[in-house]
Design a protein around this ligand. Structure first.
Ligand code: SF4
Length: 302
């Protein structure tokens, strides 16, 4: 197996490879584009290719397929799934709609496509506060992720009804908790701490900056200082390190590794491209409804 073989396959299949920020370094290095889930979906629209390989978890491959319905979208490891996304389903939304009539349902990007299709709005970690404040409502149904629900309540004057009050990402909840952050700060007392809002409230309180993956990467360029601690899945520190060669950038915890993300390897990317295996096929109606929710949410932010 070699990268020459991969390049040859990409040419023959007219394929591009997209990788999420939390992918293995070797997968980020071979990708045509590295970014967050929504960026991958929209970047693919502009790429001249028939086949799109998505290196990320299942819900990410689904968004890329929904935004690029006429392309062949491959997910190299179909068992790479986000447990947070899988903690909600479409039935839960209809249950909440009948219990809380008229309250808008906002879902996080980490959710299955069937859930996005029945929501009113969808958000990413970079749009969450802007979109919900634009709704100008007293109550909002939101899920999944209890820490993000807390974050909304903390920052906005809105009552958050949680779709699944226990849902969380195990990496952000356990491997990036206060203990690890305080230990990291002890070893890097002059570092600026930048965290993703999926961490707990106690960790957010210690941070110099709270924001999305892209927000964190941009903030490293904007903030004073040469040393930075990233409170996010450890793959983001690799991406930031590549972008800012001169700065000292460390993950808060080098064991804050999302095993699901790391199921994608160069070998299974080559395998799926060689055999055009593991195509993401979605129901047409689900695609159309999910697109409506995604595009109307993006329009609201303009
Ligand atoms: Fe899901 Fe957490 Fe992995 Fe992200 S890091 S894909 S939220 S389990």
């Amino acid at each position: 197996m070699s990268l020459d073989l991969l390049e040859d396959l990409k040419r023959r299949r007219r394929a591009v490879i997209l990788a999420h920020n939390y992918q293995l370094p070797e997968v980020q290095d071979l990708a045509d584009f590295v970014g967050d889930s929504l960026e991958m979906a929209f970047r693919a629209v502009d790429l001249d290719a028939d086949v799109i390989v998505v290196s990320g978890v299942r819900f990410m491959a689904e968004i890329v397929a929904a935004i690029n319905p006429d392309r062949i979208v491959l997910h190299p490891e179909p068992n790479s799934r986000c447990p947070l996304a899988d903690s909600v389903n479409a039935g839960l939304i209809s249950d909440f709609r009948s219990r809380f009539k008229g309250v808008p349902v906002v879902v996080y990007v980490n959710s299955p496509i069937e859930v996005k299709a029945v929501a009113d709005y969808f958000v990413t970690s970079s749009s969450i506060l802007r979109l919900i404040s634009k709704l100008n409502v007293e109550n909002v149904i939101f899920g999944p992720d209890k820490n993000l629900a807390d974050y909304i309540s903390e920052k906005l004057n809105v009552n958050v009804i949680q779709l699944s009050p226990e849902s969380h990402c195990p990496i952000y909840e356990y491997l990036l908790d206060e203990y690890y952050v305080l230990e990291a700060l002890k070893h890097h007392p002059n570092a600026k701490l930048l965290v993703h809002p999926q961490v707990s409230k106690n960790v957010r309180r210690l941070a110099h900056f709270v924001g999305s993956d892209n927000g964190i990467v941009r903030a490293i360029g904007d903030l004073e200082g040469e040393e930075f601690l990233i409170g996010a899945e450890e793959g983001l520190a690799y991406r930031a390190g590549k972008l800012y060669g001169g700065k000292r950038i460390f993950p808060v915890n080098c064991r804050a590794v999302c095993i699901e993300m790391k199921k994608i390897t160069p070998r299974n990317i080559i395998n799926c491209l060689e055999n055009l295996k593991f195509r993401v096929t979605l129901d047409r109606e689900i695609i159309s409804k999910a697109r409506e929710v995604i595009f109307s949410s993006l329009e609201l932010l303009e």
